[in-house]
Design a protein around this ligand. Structure first.
Ligand code: ATP
Length: 361
């Protein structure tokens, strides 16, 4: 007798909505949400966000994916992926993994008014806005110092009810017509004029920006390419929590930074030193090390949003709340919360290293 296949989704609940979260890329994409009706039919599907493949070598990668086609470059913003959709009259926001996020959902209600999402969903109730959330948020502690306090949403795809992304030009037209915030557009490019793209990458690298996502005109093909400045910053920032990460995290960043430096002809002496300093600067200070942790600041409207968020975050790492105070931002009274994520494995390993314990490796 065949053992019945285990479902690859879990049943979750948020604000009175029951939904299925798909946990693996199998028949449907990981992160897909389904909303079942009373009769257990699926009322609504919000497709998962597909993986964007990376190239290490820009020239060969672009030729391989786009051939002679013209393609669009967009800035790759460094935050977290959110999908915002309308369900039973209200807006909900899901993370890449397919969890409805209390924090992002609360901010979606702010963007609904301040960033015109309401007029978009009035005309496109079944579409999904996919974008990057940057600024003060609970998932990325490295914030761009030029952003105003609070969380900010920038659209990089619009999913049609058939599950396909709209072509870039149609999305640009819609975001312009409705005054929606979009990721910065970085022009049209082609493999034949690669120097223009190299120039853009050097400029993004000098400005400390993450990189680009390149997309074909039909909206079906895309690739990502990131700058060594970001890779080196990641290496420096991640070293103190390194025992909680895979060793591939470090190897991949060293490798792609080196491949980029060679392809774009950057100064190798300068980068040899920057690569070394990224590691040395990231290494915990032996005199002052207490815990391997990251500090976050977020703004929420309701204490309950923080409680619900905390429950979700706590399932993965330890959360320590340092302060809560009422502030006024974006014309609203909000609660500013400062908290830390504490990584236990790295904390324990570094403590042992710094206290002179003997190690087998
Ligand atoms: P993936 O599984 O897609 O590789 P990842 O977690 O490894 O995801 P990244 O390496 O950061 O993520 O790159 C992909 C992510 O980049 C997307 O999921 C999206 O959140 C983000 N992103 C930022 N800017 C853009 C953009 N202009 N177009 C598409 N995605 C963007």
């Amino acid at each position: 007798m065949k053992t019945p296949k285990k479902p690859d989704f879990e049943v979750l609940e948020f604000g009175g909505h029951t939904y299925h979260r798909h946990k693996k890329d199998r028949d449907v994409l990981r992160g897909t949400l389904e909303f079942p009706s009373q009769e257990n039919h699926i009322d609504r599907i919000v497709p998962g966000f597909p993986q964007i493949q990376r190239v290490y070598r820009l020239k060969e990668g672009v030729e391989r994916l786009f051939g002679n086609e013209v393609f669009f470059a967009e800035e790759k913003l460094d935050g977290y992926n959110a999908r915002i959709f309308q369900h039973q009259g209200g807006l909900l926001a899901a993370t890449r993994g397919g969890f409805i996020c209390p924090f992002t959902t609360e901010w979606a209600s702010i963007w609904k008014k301040d960033k015109n999402l309401d007029s978009f969903f009035r005309d496109y109730p079944e579409h999904v806005l996919c974008g990057e959330v940057i600024g003060d948020n609970p998932y990325n502690w490295q914030r761009d110092p030029n952003m105003a306090p609070g969380a900010h949403f920038f659209i990089f795809e619009i999913t049609a009810p058939d599950g396909n992304f709209l072509p870039p030009e149609e999305r640009y037209r819609i975001t312009a017509d409705y005054g929606l915030p979009g990721v910065p557009k970085m022009g049209q490019h082609s493999a034949a004029r690669l120097e223009k793209l190299y120039e853009l990458m050097r400029e993004l690298n000098d400005r400390g920006r993450e990189g680009v996502v390149l997309k074909d005109a039909a909206g079906g093909k895309r690739l990502k390419f990131v700058t060594p400045t970001t890779d080196l910053q990641d290496l420096k920032d991640a070293l103190q929590i390194g025992f909680d990460l895979s060793s591939g995290f470090f190897f991949n960043r060293y490798l792609r930074a080196s491949v980029f430096i060679k392809e774009l002809g950057l100064n190798q002496d300068e980068y040899a030193s920057r690569i070394g300093w990224a590691f040395l600067d990231g290494c915990p200070d032996p005199e002052n090390f207490k815990q391997a942790g990251e500090k976050y600041t977020i703004y929420v409207q309701s204490e309950n949003t923080w409680k619900a968020l905390c429950e979700q975050l706590k399932s993965k790492v330890l959360i320590a709340c340092d302060s809560k105070k009422e502030v006024r931002i974006l014309g609203r009274k909000m609660l500013r919360i400062d908290f830390r994520r504490i990584y236990q494995k790295s904390t324990q390993r570094y403590r042992k290293i710094l206290r002179g314990h003997l190690h087998k490796d």
